[in-house]
Design a protein around this ligand. Structure first.
Ligand code: ZN
Length: 375
């Protein structure tokens, strides 16, 4: 018996183990009744514990042996014998979040239908950022309208109820989408806003699902995929983003909603400075070239070390050693490996093919500036 369909707010229950087995997946039990929701319909499984008189096992995953009407199987982290009496307790924090995601999805799917005639064909509620896949490609304005409609439905505080009807009675109900199962069908009604066939767990009222925030959409399989967050998780997302924007705003001495201006200015400055920097480096390399060709062991600023080495490579076949005041070096020419060996004696590390590069301790730079190294 699926107790979660009777009362989605109950967290504890008593049950007997009616089947138990172990295989390569782990230990499994089927209970006489359960509050544990098995993964289905895009809603993730519950987790929790099964307590016995002495000790307990953790419920790691719950699934259906056969879709909708098969046994609910609990994968647990230790064996329990058949016939054992257990007290089950679900992880309520996890479940409540799932109920918020799931109920919000019902509301949003109806809102998308009303705002743009968009039909939900698949959902994923596995993570705080949930998705609904739509048959159609959405328009941005319609999507915003759907978000507003969904939150109006939240504020309307509609009661939510689940009830069973027979297949014959089904025609009397204007369902958002037809059921996938046959026989007795469970319907879920959100006030006069939404009616759908569903076996999942739902909140008592639409208000508990809010806020509902659409994050973005993208084209997907000829239709679109809409990303959203709901309930606590939407609030947590708001908190994280607000904290981030506030920190950034503080560092720019502005307010969060005024951040774009200084960031744009910073990007432009960086772009300009990069261009200037490139020109200055090129000019410096050209200015250093005659001296480098003559002296062959030279102290140069680190930012032009590599460029100057490349320039020398195209100008001369002799051996050169360039050093920066911080200890970076580049050696090139036929004697570069010998230069590297001698620098290693000073504590240098490095390697490379045409140009040997690396670094040595700063205090050894003066000792390394020895013209005899390249003779
Ligand atoms: Zn549902």
């Amino acid at each position: 018996m699926r107790l979660y369909q009777e009362d989605s707010y109950a967290t504890r229950f008593q049950a007997r183990v009616v089947r138990a087995w172990s295989d390569e997946q782990g230990h499994h039990v089927v209970l006489s009744q359960t509050l544990f929701y098995p993964e289905s319909g895009g809603q993730p499984a519950d987790t929790g514990v099964l307590k016995r008189e002495f000790g307990q096992v953790r419920v790691l995953y719950v699934f259906e042996e056969a879709k909708a009407f098969g046994d609910v199987v609990h994968r647990v982290d230790g064996p329990i014998p058949e016939g054992a009496e257990v007290e089950g307790e679900i992880d309520w924090n996890r479940r409540f979040r799932h109920m918020q995601r799931h109920t919000a999805q019902h509301i949003l799917s109806q809102a998308l239908l009303r705002a743009g005639g968009y039909h939900t064909i698949a959902v994923s509620l596995d993570s705080p950022v949930s998705t609904v896949d739509l048959e159609e490609e959405v328009e941005e304005a319609k999507l915003q309208e759907a978000e507003a409609l969904a939150n109006f439905a939240v504020y309307a505080d509609y009661p939510i109820e689940a009830f069973w009807v027979s297949e014959e009675e089904l025609a009397r109900y204007p369902l958002r989408r037809p059921p996938k199962v046959q026989g007795q069908v469970r319907l879920v009604r959100i006030g006069d806003f939404d009616l759908a066939a569903c076996g999942g767990t739902h909140l008592r009222t639409s208000a508990q699902a809010g806020p509902i925030k659409v994050l973005k959409w993208e084209r997907y399989k000829g239709g679109s995929r809409v990303y959203f967050m709901a309930g606590w998780e939407a609030l947590e997302d708001y908190h994280a983003k607000h904290a981030l924007l506030s920190r950034l705003a503080l560092s720019f001495s502005t307010s969060p909603l005024e951040l774009e201006k200084p960031v744009r200015r910073l990007q432009e400055e960086v772009y300009t400075l990069k261009g200037e920097n490139l020109e200055l480096k090129e000019a410096l390399v050209e200015a250093l070239l005659p001296r480098a060709l003559e002296e062959r062991v030279l102290l140069v600023p680190a930012p032009v070390l590599g460029d100057l080495a490349k320039r020398l490579l195209s100008w001369s076949e002799k051996t050169f050693l360039l050093l920066s005041p911080e200890g970076r070096f580049a050696a090139l020419g036929p004697g570069r490996q010998e230069v590297l060996e001698r620098l290693k004696a000073l504590g240098a590390k490095g390697g490379g093919k045409e140009v040997v590069q690396g670094s040595l301790p700063k205090e050894k730079v003066a000792a390394a500036l020895d013209p005899s190294l390249v003779r």
